[in-house]
Write a protein that binds this ligand. Structure first.
Ligand code: ATP
Length: 237
């Protein structure tokens, strides 16, 4: 279980997140929705050790989360960043190798097989330079690379960004499978609020760095304030 308690964080003197309290039980999907600039990426970056905590704490299984990003990955918490930050000059396979750097050789080949089974397109593009993949393929590679370290908790930042409807559905099916078949805990940050809420066991609405509404995915889908502010313009879902 991941617990975020009275968390404040930001960049230098600018505080972006104010007094955030979020509980993430094991094997659940927790959604975070909010407008551009609300602080969603900052939240994920704080969990993954990229942005420093200025007040409060994040506990993972009752212990303070490591403050260094690579130790957070070692603890099993892995972020798939927004904007598909894959290594563009490396091949698909080399990107997967980078993602699996903590694995033993046998774990590595099992995981690579699993990732290629989840995302068959990566098998077809195996030796292609990652920067030449389409946007959707890069998104899948970013997820595949994240899965190579066999995370217990996956932090997904806008996985649907820029995806055509078919790929969009495929990516969300993969997220559901990671949760249901592999018991992965998932924090899902999404602009597509409708899809995020449909998939989430519990969700939070972030506005100007504060949580303003929370509830089960179903509750938020029926909430009038959420509907008028976030569900009108959803596409694809
Ligand atoms: P989006 O949906 O557009 O990605 P977001 O909800 O993820 O937005 P953040 O990227 O967390 O929002 O940004 C929250 C605030 O923090 C914004 O005002 C942004 O300008 C600011 N911010 C983000 N990154 C930095 C940075 N590296 N240095 C200074 N300010 C930053």
């Amino acid at each position: 279980m991941l617990e975020i308690k009275n968390l404040h964080s930001g960049y230098g003197k600018i505080e972006v997140l104010h007094n955030i309290n979020i509980t993430v039980p094991d094997c659940k999907i927790i959604g975070v929705i909010g407008r551009n600039g609300a602080g969603k990426s900052t939240l994920l970056n704080t969990i993954s050790g990229i942005v420093k905590i200025s007040q409060g704490e994040i506990l993972y299984n009752g212990e303070k989360i490591p403050s260094k990003a690579h130790k957070v990955v070692q603890a099993g918490i892995v972020q798939v960043p927004e904007g598909r930050r894959i290594f563009p000059s490396l091949t698909v396979n080399e990107n997967l190798i980078m993602g699996g750097y903590l694995a033993s050789p046998s774990e590595f080949s099992d995981r690579r097989e699993e990732v290629l089974e989840l995302f068959p397109i990566l098998k077809e593009r195996y030796n292609q330079q990652a920067g030449t993949l389409s946007g959707g393929e890069q998104q899948m590679l970013a997820m595949g690379r994240g899965l190579m370290s066999d995370p217990k908790v996956l932090l997904l930042d806008e996985p649907s960004l820029g995806l055509a409807p078919l790929l969009f559905r495929h990516v969300f099916e993969m997220i559901q499978r990671c949760n249901e078949e592999r018991g992965m805990t998932i924090i899902l940050v999404e602009q597509n609020a409708r899809m995020a809420l449909k998939m989430s066991d519990y969700a939070y609405v972030l506005e100007d760095g504060e949580i303003v509404i929370e509830g089960t995915g179903k509750e938020l889908l029926c909430n009038e304030n959420v509907q008028s502010a976030y569900l009108g313009a959803s596409v694809n879902g």
